[in-house]
Design a protein around this ligand. Structure first.
Ligand SMILES: [Zn+2]
Length: 109
């Protein structure tokens, strides 16, 4: 890479050694920080999503085995459980996408 302003060869640093212009190819602090924030957010979201999905799946199979009284005892309906299961899948997918975007921001410039 060469400096866009003065044409001297750019090293690892954030600024050109020749003229002090910002090195546009160097990763900036801001994008790395945002990348990490996205990774953390994505992992949490995916984790919550997987938890929702697994819990709802478990409850659906229990409800199917135990019958209506189990649903009444637990103050839920079968459609609530299916909504939770769907939200779980959506959260997992969204979280994974966010984490991938974050990884790209941190490691690929
Ligand atoms: Zn320069």
């Amino acid at each position: 890479m060469f400096c866009a302003k003065c044409g001297s060869e750019l090293k690892e640093g954030a600024f050109c050694e020749g003229c002090g212009a910002p090195n546009l190819s160097a990763p900036t602090e801001g994008s790395t920080g945002k990348g990490w924030a996205l990774i953390i957010l994505g992992v949490i979201l995916a984790g919550v999503g997987i938890y929702f999905f697994l819990t709802a799946s478990q409850d659906i199979s229990t409800a199917q085995q135990q019958g209506d009284w189990w649903l009444i005892m637990n103050h839920v309906t079968l459609s609530d459980l299916y909504v939770n299961k769907t939200l779980g899948i959506v959260g997992t997918v969204l979280g994974t996408v966010l984490a991938i975007i974050g990884v790209k921001k941190v490691w690929i410039t």
